[in-house]
Design a protein around this ligand. Structure first.
Ligand SMILES: [Zn+2]
Length: 427
């Protein structure tokens, strides 16, 4: 298995919203005001859009580069989940290899290669920097701050491709946000189970089905979770609807809101339609995706701007475990409940309509495309595993030069080979 962690850095797309006629009185596209539940200790708030996506929140320790902070958070996640994620336990599915992620070399590879991206790869929108090949990855978008970063970048690129397609086809994209009432006494697993049931009911409603069939080509659903001491876990969905141009957000919200409340009530949940359902135009989607592509962990990072104090994205919550022992239980709960769940789901056939190729997480994280990644240094397996620190891993990923990587390796006493074009020099 070869292991490369590509970080996508996708350029912004332009979005244009143009009003036009729509036959079920969806003609008046009005801006949708911000949504808040009434203030009470148990009244959840829909976080401002993009609340989950920003570079800053990952850097809970100021002065550390965000990639280094990711590796340090990964080490913290491993320590907290040790015992829940044992080697050999839950062998299938993402997250099972969390303990070995980025640290354990792949057998038979003769070491871990530090690769740099070639210029054309960077020109194609990927970040310049260094990548690792020949080390295990856990592929968890939920609990691994390193894998989630790579996966999010690649998945955001796919979403952008779909949006470009719909805009070229004279269509548009809308963001439907769905949530429900909850309190700090709720069990996260139960909340997610009921929410899933409510979503199935919503999309199964005949009116909703007909509206989707008539006016949309499909949807992309991102499940996100935040936490606050006052209101507990706050699950919500951001659903991108790809369809006709010129639909009224207000009218869409009225239809979805009505059926969402019914679906919630039938699933043991509740909400007030204006607060539990919100439809926003393409301009908002653009902002969301810009943040998503730069740093998202599909809902697992946080933001500084517009952030409500005391509200944490999952990786912020993880960072808070450094100072709050009681949050470790929450992190374990988060792991147990999200294991095996998808962060991002496309409706059937949508990828193919938009020309987006199907790629598994393995394909994204284990690409061995030698054209894009050029090995520059191979580190001996046992030294990679035992001598380098989490800080080193983060530093190397964003190292300014090969020399600075060599300096770190020398300082740690790690053995390595320089990979030169025609020969290798053993140091
Ligand atoms: Zn990982």
């Amino acid at each position: 298995m070869n292991t490369i962690n590509p970080d996508s850095n996708i350029s912004n797309y332009s979005s244009v919203v143009v009003g036009s006629a729509f036959d079920i009185r969806l003609t008046d596209r009005l801006p949708v005001p911000g949504v808040d539940f009434p203030a009470s200790p148990e009244a959840p708030k829909i976080p401002p859009l993009g609340n989950n996506v920003n570079l800053q929140a990952i850097s809970l320790n100021s002065g550390i580069n965000p990639m280094t902070e990711r590796y340090r958070l990964l080490a913290l996640s491993k320590r907290i989940l040790w015992g829940l994620v044992r080697p050999g336990h839950n062998l299938l599915g993402p997250g099972h290899n969390l303990l070995g992620c980025q640290r354990v070399p792949v057998l038979g590879r003769g070491g871990v290669s530090i690769c740099r991206s070639n210029d054309s790869f960077v020109d194609a929108g990927y970040k310049s920097g260094f990548y690792f090949s020949g080390v295990k990855t856990c592929k968890s978008a939920w609990v691994c701050p390193v894998c989630s970063f790579s996966l999010a970048g690649a998945r955001a690129a796919e979403v952008r491709q779909a949006i470009r397609f719909i805009k070229k086809s004279d269509g548009d994209v809308y963001m439907l946000t769905l949530t429900f009432r909850h309190s700090r006494f709720d069990d996260l697993g139960e909340l997610l189970g009921r929410c899933k049931k409510a979503l199935v009911k919503l999309w199964g409603q005949r009116t909703v089905k007909e509206m989707m069939k008539s006016h949309f080509i499909g949807r992309i659903t991102a499940t996100e979770l935040t936490y606050s001491d006052g209101a507990g876990w706050h699950p919500h969905q951001h659903i991108l609807l790809l369809g006709e141009r010129g639909l009224s957000c207000e009218a869409l919200q009225a239809v979805f809101g009505d059926y969402w409340i019914r679906a919630l009530n039938a699933s043991g949940l509740s909400g007030v339609s204006d607060f539990a359902c919100n439809v926003q135009p393409a301009s908002v989607v653009q902002d969301y995706l810009t943040k998503m592509s730069s740093e998202l962990a599909l809902g697992n990072t946080g933001t500084k701007e517009g952030k409500q104090p005391g509200h944490y994205s999952p990786f912020e919550l993880l960072g808070m475990c450094r100072v709050r022992d009681d949050y470790k239980r929450l992190w374990r709960e988060f792991y147990s409940v999200t294991r095996g769940r998808q962060c991002l789901a496309w409706s059937r056939g949508l990828k193919s309509i938009c020309g987006v190729s199907e790629r598994s997480d393995d394909e994204i994280l284990d690409s061995s495309d030698g054209e894009r990644f050029i090995p520059v240094i191979t580190v001996f397996s046992e030294d990679w595993k035992e001598l380098l620190t989490d800080y080193d891993f983060g530093f190397i990923r964003r190292a300014p030069s090969v020399d600075s990587i060599i300096e770190i390796l020398d300082r740690r006493g790690a053995r390595y080979r320089l990979v030169l074009e025609k020969f290798s020099l053993v140091v």
